[in-house]
Design a binder for this molecule. Structure first.
Ligand SMILES: [Zn+2]
Length: 186
């Protein structure tokens, strides 16, 4: 199947009734939820997220979305903050339930599946995939020591040491400057 454009908001009934199979790349410029997790400009330009999504109805007419995510993300190294290329795959299955039906019809929900709500027949598909991806992200990620940017690391270390040894040094200088300035105006 060739790549299709990613539909950010979908008509739920249409997609599940037709049993749509979707193979697409996420439009990164629209991924506002994911953006803060990526390493700056580089991460935003070079990351790539492909999805395979299958929209099906089960025997009881429930809307079940099965998804596979294949991504290459550039995440910030927690030591030097530069990007690390990180391959991340994830699979998920969710039941899509209309918000209006939730309170009245509890038995509609399949127990074992995570439920995602649609609203007035529309589902924010982009947000759903982004959320699934964010849940799969590693908590922290580092370069191997050799790949870490040594300059940045040493600047950070000396800044930290300076702060540890004399946290109020700058304040003291500032105070002296203020005092002498005051003396000049009096
Ligand atoms: Zn690093």
């Amino acid at each position: 199947m060739s790549q299709q454009p990613f539909p950010e908001i979908i008509d739920v009934r249409k997609f599940f009734s037709q049993g749509v199979l979707l193979k697409a790349s996420l439009p990164l410029q629209s991924c506002k939820r994911l953006e803060p997790y990526l390493s700056n400009a580089e991460g935003f330009i070079k990351s790539k997220i492909d999805v395979n999504l299958a929209f099906n109805k089960d025997d009881e007419g429930r809307y079940i979305l099965d998804g596979e995510i294949e991504s290459t993300l550039f995440l910030p190294c927690q030591r030097c903050m530069l990007g690390i290329e990180h391959a991340l795959s994830s699979e998920f299955s969710v039941q899509v339930l209309d918000e209006l039906k939730v309170s009245g019809d509890r038995e509609l929900a399949a127990d074992e599946l995570e439920v995602v709500l649609s609203f007035e027949g529309k589902l924010d598909l982009l947000a759903l995939v982004e959320d699934e991806l964010i849940l799969s992200l590693p908590l922290v990620i580092y370069h191997d020591k050799l790949d870490c940017n040594p300059k940045l690391v040493s600047i950070q270390q000396s800044a930290r040491q300076a702060l540890d040894s004399k946290p109020f040094a700058d304040l003291e200088v500032l105070k002296q400057q203020l005092l002498s300035a005051k003396g000049e105006t009096e």
